[in-house]
Design a protein around this ligand. Structure first.
Ligand code: PEP
Ligand code: MG
Length: 323
């Protein structure tokens, strides 16, 4: 089995009826790139940049960040690399930032909300990203976006820093895609509006599920409500993918669900373009795709979305696509 999988390392990711998707890796540091490539990653679908900020006592400088981002881009040699801007807050604290104690950290001051307030640290990260863009195929992604204004504000800061850098004589790529994570139901619901302004979506199901089900992803007492195949979650995902398609944009997924054997046939049928997962799942996913017919999963989509429970969806997929 191991050997069989290993033979797929350099393959494209195609279904048996010739439908192509991208299988990418989630990484947390430049050190993860070698493993991602050894496991056949066609790109990086999520680079969590938090590691640069954690386990230290001050903010990382622009140069420190530039080093990390350009290293990843260079090693990926022109393959797509989606780098997510800082997603701190929630369960991830930075002691040296003196963040407020909150009653509901997951509903609080985190990610893009914090970055739009602390524009000093946000601008530093954006500058490092823009400078690194000259070294590969960079796509920038903002986390936890709930409103169009947040996206517009973040994008405006990015454009300002681009102009600043050009003025200072730096090289900046002219073709950086700028997208958002879809992790909040409000954003999924108006994905059609977002799709007119973003270059891509990446669905963050780890958070999208907890916000849709109102069930803290860290709380074991409500873990039974953490239901990836709940039809409400699937319908939100469908909405996002259709909205992107209508505007000629692409949709990825970088939550755990993207590498889940039961979810893959469903997501394929819904038209997801990019699946980003932990490196260790990529070859399994590629092998699974080879056995699937895109046409069949697509035809099954309405039936899957018409199921009424997480369990019913799971059973349907198991019976029709996992035998
Ligand atoms: C997600 O929410 O699905 C996601 C990929 O982001 P994180 O797990 O870092 O919150
Ligand atoms: Mg998230």
């Amino acid at each position: 089995r191991e050997e069989e999988l290993q033979q797929l390392v350099d393959d494209v990711s195609t279904t048996k009826d010739g439908h192509e998707v991208e299988l990418a890796a989630n990484i947390g540091s430049p050190k993860d790139i070698d493993v991602a490539l050894a496991n056949g990653a066609e790109g990086i679908g999520l680079f969590r940049t938090e590691f640069l900020y954690m386990d230290r006592d001050r903010l990382p400088t622009e140069d420190e960040q530039f080093q990390a981002y350009s290293e990843v881009l260079e090693k990926m040699a022109g393959r797509p690399v989606v780098i997510r801007t800082l997603d701190i807050g929630g369960d991830k604290d930075l002691p040296y930032l003196d963040l407020p104690e909150e009653l509901n950290p997951f509903l609080g001051f985190r990610a893009i909300r914090l970055c739009l307030e602390r524009t000093d640290l946000f601008r530093t990260q954006l500058r490092a990203l823009l400078r690194a863009s000259a070294y590969g195929n960079l796509k920038i992604m903002f986390p936890m976006v709930a409103t169009l204004e947040e996206f517009r504000e973040a994008k405006a800061l990015l454009e300002e820093e681009r102009q600043n850098l050009l003025g200072e004589g730096h090289e900046v790529s002219g073709s950086i895609e700028v997208g958002i994570m879809v992790e909040i139901p409000s954003t999924a619901m108006i994905a059609d509006q977002f799709a007119k302004e973003v270059d891509f979506f990446s669905i963050g199901t780890n958070d999208l599920i907890q916000y849709t089900m109102a069930a803290d992803r860290m709380n074991e007492n409500v873990s039974y409500l953490y239901q990836p195949y709940h039809p409400a979650v699937l319908r939100l995902i469908e909405r996002v993918i259709l909205a992107a398609k209508a505007e000629g944009k692409w949709t990825g997924m970088c939550g755990e669900m993207a590498g889940d054997t039961v979810a893959i046939p469903v997501l394929l049928g819904l038209g997801l373009n990019e699946f980003s997962m932990s490196a260790s799942s990529i070859l399994e996913a590629r092998a699974q795709l080879k056995e699937l017919s895109y046409k069949e999963t697509k035809t099954a989509s309405p039936k899957i979305l018409a199921q009424s429970t997480n369990e019913a969806v799971k059973e349907y997929v198991q019976e029709n696509f996992l035998k």
